[in-house]
Structures are given as structure tokens and as C-alpha cells.
Design a binder for this molecule. Structure first.
Ligand code: 13P
Length: 253
């Protein structure tokens, strides 16, 4: 039985002070039984990562993560942040391949594979995002699309490396749109991802893998999604920015 994971991707929201307030409010609402039901990951902007990491330090079921990292460990890359820097800030996870990075920053599969590699080398667990745009879904190409993203982004890893990876299925048409995948659409894709992983790395690795759903997930729809056998929790955008809403989603685990 896989323990659920609920991760908040704050995107470009929250100053350091606001981050502190939000994390403290969520921690105050995390009862012992909730902590047993779900691991919680906060992914603030880089500027609040140190603050958030300090707040969750020593809490065995609560973690911090970054939203991106550079593909190199160091170098002349003005404005960028590297995996070892994130680790030193206390981050345990890093989101890689979010559709907003793919779309607005033109990150392609080969680059994302490099980022995954550098994250793992420096002790960060990648939360690797996949998901199809609307036209691909409408043409029924979604399963093939995600298969290609997994093959190019992850499947060159060895089994030990892969065991550190969390996958997030985020259909692009559901992100920030209020249009959520149905429970059945999520389950179909998550089962597909797990079967591809089983084929590549074996059943034991596939059974241990956490596959999160992301895209307009809210307290009102989380329980249905999370009750699907292959949905292991959520990667939450908008609804992770207010403590009650985020806690409402954790309650659905
Ligand atoms: P929303 O929950 O705001 O749709 O965003 C999902 C997402 O992109 C999480 O990474």
C-alpha cells in the first residue's frame, strides 16, 4: 500500500513572509492521523525555500522542494540555481518538466533528462511532470504522448535512480483552468504510466512508484481522484496557496 503524497506547487506566488505564514498554518492543521495518511511537500519559489525548509525540518512526513533546477551543478549561468544549492537549502524534492517550463521556457525532453540526472546526483528526488495538451487528448493521442515523454525524460535512468523518482500526471488542459480530469481519465493514464514503468523496470519498482495527479485539484474533487487505485496523491497549484484548501485536499487522502 503506497502512502499518499500531497505536494503544493506554489508557482510564482508568496513572499518569504507569506510563505512562513502559510506553512505554519498548514502545519498547525496537520493532525497525527493526517500525517500518517499523507506525506506533504511544499514547493515554494527559490526565495522562500530556505525559510520553508527550516520550518519543516525534523518533521518526518513533511518536506520542501524546488520548482526547477539548472542542468549543470555550477557554472557561468547568470540567474540560475543549481541542484546542490537547493539541497544545501534543505530541499528534498525538485519539480522537473512542469508544462509551464516546457511551454514558456522551451525546455525539451533531452534537457529535462539532464536535469533529472543532476538532481539525482545531488540527492534531490525529482517530481517529473508529464501530460498532454488538449488537441492531443481530443485526437486520442494522450497515452502515446505521455509514453514518449517518459521514454525521453526518464527511461534512460537505471533502476536505482528511477526508484527515487515521483511522477506527476498533469494534463495541460486541466492546469489552472478549473477543468479537472475525470476520475476515470486520471486512472486510465496513471495505470498506463505504471504499466510502462513495469515493462521498463519490473513490477516491484512500478508498484512502489508514486504517481500524482495535477490540474484543478480541489477539496471537492480530490477524494474521487485519490480513491482511484493508481492515483497516489496530488500536485496542487492554486489550491495549495490557502491553508484551509490545501488541508482540505490532504483530508481527502
Ligand atoms: P492548478 O492546481 O492551479 O490547476 O495547477 C496544477 C499544477 O500545475 C501543479 O503543478
Amino acid at each position: 500500500m503506497r502512502k499518499k503524497i500531497v505536494a503544493g506547487n506554489w508557482k510564482m506566488h508568496k513572499t518569504c513572509g507569506e510563505a512562513r505564514e502559510l506553512v505554519l498554518a498548514v502545519l498547525a492543521g496537520l493532525s497525527e492521523s493526517l500525517r500518517q495518511r499523507a506525506d506533504v511537500i511544499f514547493c515554494p519559489p527559490f526565495t522562500a525555500l530556505d525559510t520553508v525548509s527550516e520550518l519543516v525540518k525534523g518533521q518526518p512526513t513533511v518536506f520542501s522542494g524546488a520548482q526547477n533546477c539548472h542542468w549543470a551543478a555550477s557554472g557561468a549561468y547568470t540567474g540560475e540555481v543549481s541542484a546542490p544549492m537547493l539541497r544545501a537549502c534543505g530541499a528534498s524534492y525538485v519539480i522537473i518538466g512542469h508544462s509551464e517550463r516546457r511551454q514558456y521556457f522551451h525546455e525539451d525532453d533531452a534537457l529535462l533528462a539532464q536535469k533529472v540526472e543532476v538532481a539525482l546526483q545531488h540527492g534531490l528526488r525529482p517530481i517529473f511532470c508529464v501530460g498532454e495538451p488538449l488537441d492531443v487528448r481530443e485526437a486520442s493521442g494522450h497515452l502515446k504522448w505521455v509514453e514518449q515523454q517518459l521514454q525521453l525524460g526518464l527511461f534512460d535512468l537505471n533502476a536505482d535512480q528511477f526508484a527515487q523518482v515521483v511522477i506527476a500526471y498533469e494534463p495541460v488542459w486541466a492546469i489552472g483552468t478549473g477543468r479537472v480530469a475525470t476520475d476515470g481519465q486520471a486512472q486510465e493514464m496513471h495505470a498506463h504510466i505504471r504499466s510502462l514503468v513495469a515493462h521498463r523496470y519490473g513490477t516491484a519498482v512500478a508498484q512502489r512508484l508514486h504517481i500524482l495527479y495535477g490540474g484543478s485539484c480541489k477539496p471537492s474533487n480530490a477524494a474521487g481522484l485519490f480513491s482511484q487505485p493508481d492515483v497516489d496523491g496530488g500536485l496542487i497549484g492554486g489550491a495549495s496557496l490557502a491553508a484551509e484548501e490545501f488541508l482540505g485536499i490532504i483530508h481527502a487522502c
